[in-house]
Design a protein around this ligand. Structure first.
Ligand SMILES: C[S@@+](CC[C@H](N)C(=O)[O-])C[C@H]1O[C@@H](n2cnc3c(N)ncnc32)[C@H](O)[C@@H]1O
Length: 288
């Protein structure tokens, strides 16, 4: 092996342990993100492009920058760099089967139906929910809404647009493709979801660890592959807050590598793989 191959390359940006700890504190306090010390190299590689974009030479300077009150956008860039937006249509399909087979027969009797896709990324999740609902109801509940939220305003712009590369839609069942996907004007390799789906979804920016400006109750919450980035305390607080937002008997769908834990776990019964149903409390145990 040549000397050049074994010699350590100097890093482009200095990144001390103290800088990493300051960054981990900020990521936890503002976004609930859990950054163990072992993630330092990953954090370096994910954020290096932000330092280049802001013409900075060290993580120390980057921390000073993101600490400024008016650097809201840079803090969003930070969370976006540290998490992923990976998503797909009908991801973890068993959740959509449960929605159709177990929950929808109940929802069909309701006037008002509310479903929340929390951490919706670029939109395939709420659009998959919308397709399942519109296909399954013989007549639509008069007051049917899907709330789709994410912390990342750029990803929400893509979600609202509802345009996707054609090959990203292969998991959409063919009858749903012909009903709700059409060629996107000016982009031959893309398709666009129809207004019928967009009409029942409200997209909104929301940091899940901050206050939620709505009351619910929801019939179901999909929060999949989001809490995985949070430390355990933040996850457990989130499950408790979701429980408070669900009606009795409402469903919580979480990601394949997530688990319900902490005080809220007693408020739910397991209803399938990574699927939980809020228990109906006996009258004596209900809050007065
Ligand atoms: C991996 S995607 C999951 C998308 C979708 N739920 C799914 O399972 O396909 C994670 C999403 O969580 C969002 N996210 C990360 N931290 C968040 C927070 N504190 N509040 C709200 N959304 C957050 C990210 O912006 C990203 O779009």
């Amino acid at each position: 092996m040549s000397l050049a191959a074994t010699a350590e390359m100097p890093e482009e940006f200095s990144f001390s342990d103290a800088d990493f700890e300051a960054l981990a504190r900020l990521a936890r306090a503002e976004f609930g993100l859990s950054l163990a010390a072992s993630k330092k190299p990953l954090v370096y590689s994910r954020l290096a492009r932000r330092l280049r974009a802001r013409s900075l030479s060290s993580f120390h300077d980057y921390m000073k920058l993101v600490d400024c009150a008016d650097e809201v956008d840079e803090r969003l860039e930070l969370v976006s760099a540290l998490t992923t937006n990976v998503t797909s249509f009908f991801r973890e399909k068993h959740h959509f089967d449960t929605l159709r087979d177990v929950l929808m027969p109940e929802l069909a009797k309701q006037r008002r139906v509310r479903i929340w896709s929390a951490g919706c990324s670029s939109g395939p999740e709420p659009f998959s929910i919308a397709m399942t609902l519109l296909d399954g109801f013989s007549s639509l509940p008069p007051d049917l809404r899907i709330l789709a939220t994410d912390i990342d305003p750029a990803i929400l712009r893509r979600a609202r647009r509802g345009r996707y590369p054609r090959e990203d839609c292969s998991a959409v069942p063919p009858p749903f493709q012909s009903r709700w996907l059409s060629p996107a004007s000016g982009e031959p390799e893309h398709v666009e979801v129809s207004q019928d789906l967009k009409r029942i979804i409200s997209f909104a920016e929301l940091n899940l660890i901050c206050d939620w400006p709505f009351k619910g109750p929801f019939d179901a919450i999909f929060c999949r592959n989001v809490a995985i980035y949070f430390d355990q305390d933040t996850q457990q607080r989130l499950w408790t807050r979701f429980s408070a937002m669900l009606r009795a008997g409402g469903f919580l769908f979480i990601g394949h590598s997530e688990r319900l834990s902490g005080p809220a776990a007693h408020e739910f019964a397991t209803a399938g793989v990574t699927t939980y149903r809020k228990r109906v409390l006996p009258v004596s145990a209900q809050p007065t």
